[in-house]
Design a protein around this ligand. Sequence first.
Ligand code: DGL
Length: 274
Amino acid sequence: MLKSLPIGVFDSGLGGLTVAREIMRNLPMEKIVYFGDTARVPYGSKSGQTIKRYSRQIVRFLKTQEIKAIVVACNTATALAMDEIREEAGGLPVIGVVEPGARAACEASKSGRIGVIATRATIGSHVYSEAIQGIRSDASVIGKACPLLVPLVEEGWIHDKITDEILLRYLDELLEHDIDALILGCTHYPLLRSEIRRLIGDGIRLVNPAYETASELKRLLKEQGLDNDKLRDAGEPYPYRFYVSDEAERFAGFANSVLPVDVKNARIVPIEEF
Ligand code: DGL
């Protein structure tokens, strides 16, 4: 049955687990096949051409897993490769994180002054500004690339003086523009949410595109009659499978610290062959 097939979720590495986490919380009946491109992360400092090629390979791999939809959990891949991903996906429904994030920010902002922090590639693509202005033409969007944040999160330096200083340096510039909403436009940034909140105070709404992406996925599956409405039988296999292109053990360790479920292992896929 189509309804009981898993959803393919992918990211450049570990960060997309923040999106998988929201899907698990919001759509507990759905199965997930997650792919993290841990051998080739980060995407945020790579060219559009490379990100498109990598994304196509990942979609080709996911299609071997009998999935019913694809969630592009990576902001950078959503920003630069959505057309290629859709083309490769054939008829499968595809959702990225940018449109849902933009919508949530438009709802969160009163003044229409919206900040976006993301990787260099995402900011350079202007996708968030375009998506926001498509919804709210009076909005002004101030983007800031924060390339040092991904390695800091990957290193586990979340509650750290150095991370605070770097965050402040990036955020100060945005705060000068008097924003009232800030999009965490990179999969890793929700993991820095409390630090960011502490540094910017309570007056600015923080927008995590992962929440809205999970809600959008729920709507889309229902609309297309693809939502899984059957509870898992006790004898059924574990509903979440994890694949990576490198460092499976490190990935499983990180996944265990982020996800509300126990991740026993991740399998390595030779992604260049797809
Ligand atoms: N997953 C990427 C994103 O959301 C961040 C990590 C990377 O640069 O690959 O933009």
